[in-house]
Every structure is written in C-alpha cells, then in structure tokens.
Design a protein around this ligand. Structure first.
Ligand code: FE2
Ligand code: FE2
Length: 471
C-alpha cells in the first residue's frame, strides 16, 4: 500500500526522503514552480478559499481529500500507482520481457522527449485558462476550473519527477524549460500548437476539457502501457484525476445545450438570432465550436503515417490505449488500410499507422458525449443533431493537411472550402457573441443565463454551496 507522507515539503509516495539528492533537486525546483503558478496561474484568486480535492493516496477508494484551500498552498505531490508485481512488457519486439525500472541508454533521448512533450501540455493549459476565472458562469464552475488547473499543475510535477529521477542533468534542465516556455509566447511557445491557442471564453473551455483533455487521456493510456515502469505507474494515477476534467467538459456542454433547449421551448423557435437575443447559445454555434476544438485536438495524435510511432511501439516505449483489447501485440506482419486524398488509398504497415489507430479510438470515445447531448435535443423534439467532424477536416498534420474537406469528410475545391468555413467553425461574429455572454456570476447557486445548473454539486454538497469563497 502506498501511504503518502504529508509531513514532507513535497507530498509523495516514492520514498523521496530516502533519496536526498533527488529530494534536494525537487525542493530546489519547487519555488520555481510556485513562482510560475503565481505569475502564470489563475490571475487574482490567490486569496480565495477554493473547495478542492487533493490527492492523498493512490487507493481506488478514497484517494482524495476535499476541503477549502488557497490555491498557492495546494499540496502538489508526486504519486505513482502501486507497482504490479513481476510486470512484463505487453507489446512490441521485447514483449514478455521484464519492464524497465531504469531508462535503457538507447531510448534515453526519445523517452525524455516523449515525457517533455506530455509534460509541456500540463502547465500550458493552466496558462491558456488563466483569465477564465473573471468570467465564470457560477461558483461551481469557478471551482471546477481551479480544480482542473491545480491538477494540471500536479501533472507537471508528475513529469518533472520522472525527469529529475531518471534523466540526470538533462532532465533537470528540461524541468526548468517546462516553466520557461509559455502558451502563446512569441519567442518561447509551448511545444504543441493547440496549447498555444488563447482561451477567452467558457464554451471554448468546455470544448477544450472535452476534446483536448481527452487527447490527454489517450496519451496517458498509451504511456500507461509503457515498458518504462515509472512512466506507466505515473500515468496510471494521472488518469484517475483526468476523468474529472472530461466530466467538466461533457457536463458543461450538456448544461449549455439544456439551457438552449429551454430557451427554444420558451420562445417557440430555433432561430439563432432570437435565441441569442435571449442570452443563450444556439445549437449551430455550439456545433461550430465542437468542429473547431475536435479538429484541433485530432492533430495532437500526429501524422497518419509515422516512423516514430512505429519505433516507439516496437521498442516498448509507448503502446496503444488498452493494449490488452488487441490480439496482436507485435504487429510485425499486420497492415492498415489508409484512405488518402484524391480518392487514393494505401496499405501501410500497421506499426506506422498507430497514430491513426489511436485517433480512431479517440473519436469513438468522443461519441459518448455527443450521444448524451443529442438525446437531450431529441427529447425536446428537435431534428438537429450535433456531430463530430471527420478526422480529415481542417487538419494541419499528415496527408490531409491543408486539403479542403467538409466536416463530413468529403474533399471539395479550395473555393468551396473557403466559402463553407464560416458555417463550419466559429466566425469572428460568433466569437464576439460568445464573449458578450461572459460575465462573472459569483452568487452561490446562481448560474449565467446561457448555462443550466448542474444536476448535482461536488462531493455530495448542494449546487448552492459556496465552492469558492472570494475575499
Ligand atoms: Fe493533465
Ligand atoms: Fe487534464
């Protein structure tokens, strides 16, 4: 059982006290992290009491403690899921061999890059979301935003622990760089482009936590399979927290749809202009935001055909999400039928198509929310259905990059595409309208007019609970 030592400066279940050098290195990094949080984390809420959960163990039952804290005093810690006895590599050319407790020399730079790329997204999203508190639709939502933010901060700790513990001086330098790059910075941007896009409104935030945090889930799931056991254990525990982030996205969009349907019923119309005039968000606008954030997140899986994905799998560094659901774990003779632009297609080695395999299972997972939202719309008696864009739509990586394709996946001319785009992704007017709705609502239990209240509160507390006490 992994108890967590809370008397230490850095709560952890990795026996940090027994490794003085590592402990000192991390205690040296800690004030840099806090400084980063102060400068780049949520603005102006440092003195607020926020009802947050904090990880206190990796037990399936009761791994979190709930209580009011000032965010700068949050106990960011290092928690790895319990080791699996005699764990063996579950895929690739070394399948069946014992997992690695240290980084094999030949994979050192690749593993470091994979960990840095994952780690970079965590503080990036905190930076992207730092202004959102000022326009929260309720205290419940404000608390959820901050919960996501502190946990992304903890995910940064998780990756920094691996860098410090297993990658020596290079790892320590990378840990500093993770605090030096900033989302949207002209000179030192974050590594992945989705994490440099500004986030100025809550519809985008809910789309981001629905689609982009779900990409995070898939990355973590593939690392949970890794032969590098400390990475696997780290990611297994991170997935526990990640589920809440996607919950925030899914229920956020559900509540917006619900409110829109109420207004449609009240006004007896589906005219977007009238719905907007009533302060709610029309369904076609929601669809455009879904198209935007889904397509942006699809690029995060990388190119359809990738020699890196092949090498990472063959070596055991990165598996497929839920690797055990597959029959073939080596993939040396499997092929994948890949559809390409201009009606062409090609059989490519399965090992080189793993990004696409992951993207497909990700899209399937994305359908869950769509089904729920559409059920609400159907029950309200409307014909419109929300949908996911095709994985070929608006891509900037891979064979479909820059190819004019409709959200349904049909290749069209450049002119048709340019013309269609304004009905497929948010226009400047859409964005201005959404902005116009963003006003801070901080009376306990009150909701902004464009979103319905949640079905229940946090941790069995009522919706009206004062989840954030502002001073
Ligand atoms: Fe995360
Ligand atoms: Fe997340």
């Amino acid at each position: 059982m992994s108890g967590i030592n809370y008397s230490e400066k850095i709560p952890n279940n990795v026996n940090l006290a027994n490794d003085r050098t590592l402990q000192r290195a991390l205690e040296h990094w800690q004030p840099h992290f806090l400084q980063w949080w102060h400068e780049m984390g949520p603005t102006d809420f440092e003195s607020a009491d926020v009802y947050l959960r904090t990880a206190i163990s990796v037990d399936a039952q009761g791994w979190a403690h709930y209580g009011a804290v000032h965010m700068p005093d949050y106990r960011w810690g290092i928690f790895l899921a319990d080791p699996v006895a005699e764990r063996k590599i579950g895929f690739g050319d070394a399948m069946g061999q014992p997992v690695w407790q240290q980084v094999p020399g030949e994979y050192r730079s690749t593993l470091r890059r994979l960990i840095v790329t994952q780690g970079d997204t965590e503080p990036a999203s905190v930076e992207q979301q730092r202004m959102l508190g000022h326009t929260c639709p309720s205290l419940y939502d404000l608390r959820n935003l901050f919960q996501v933010n502190v946990e992304e901060g903890r995910h940064l700790w998780a990756m920094v622990y691996l860098l410090h513990a297993y990658f020596g001086r290079d790892g320590r330098e990378e840990a500093e760089e993770l605090l030096a790059r900033h989302s949207g910075d002209a000179d030192k941007p974050r590594i992945l482009s989705t994490f440099n896009e500004p986030m100025r409104d809550w519809l985008s935030f809910f789309c981001f936590t629905y689609f982009t945090d779900r990409d995070g889930k898939y990355q973590l799931k593939s690392f949970a399979e890794s032969a590098f056991d400390p990475l696997s254990r780290t990611c297994r525990f991170m997935l526990t927290e990640e589920a809440h982030h996607m919950f925030v996205g899914e229920t956020g969009i559900s509540r917006i749809v619900k409110r829109t349907l109420e207004v449609m019923k009240e006004l007896g119309t589906d005219d977007p202009a009238k719905i907007r005039a009533h302060g709610a968000i029309d369904l076609p606008t929601i669809q455009r935001y879904l198209n935007y954030w889904c397509s942006s997140s699809l690029d995060l899986f990388g190119s359809e055909i990738s020699s890196n994905s092949a090498a990472n799998f063959a070596s055991g560094m990165k598996g497929r999400p839920d690797e055990t659901q597959y029959q073939d774990h080596v993939l040396r003779s499997a092929t994948f039928h890949m559809n390409l632009p201009e009606g062409k297609s090609e059989d490519v080695p399965m090992l080189n198509a793993l990004n696409e395999v992951m993207r497909e299972s990700y899209l399937k997972d994305c359908e869950i929310g769509l089904k729920r939202w559409n059920r609400l719309i159907e029950r309200a008696g409307h014909a419109l259905r929300l949908s996911l864009p095709s994985s070929r739509f608006r891509r900037s990586i891979g064979p479909w990059a820059g190819i004019p394709v409709t959200p349904e996946g049909r290749q069209i001319t450049k002119e048709e595409y340019e013309k269609g785009l304004k009905s497929w992704i948010p226009t400047a007017e859409d964005q201005a309208f959404i902005h116009s709705l963003m006003h801070k609502v901080v009376e306990p239990g009150k909701m902004a007019a464009w979103i319905a209240p949640p079905e229940r509160g946090i941790n069995n507390l009522p919706v009206e609970y004062e989840y954030v006490h502002l001073h």
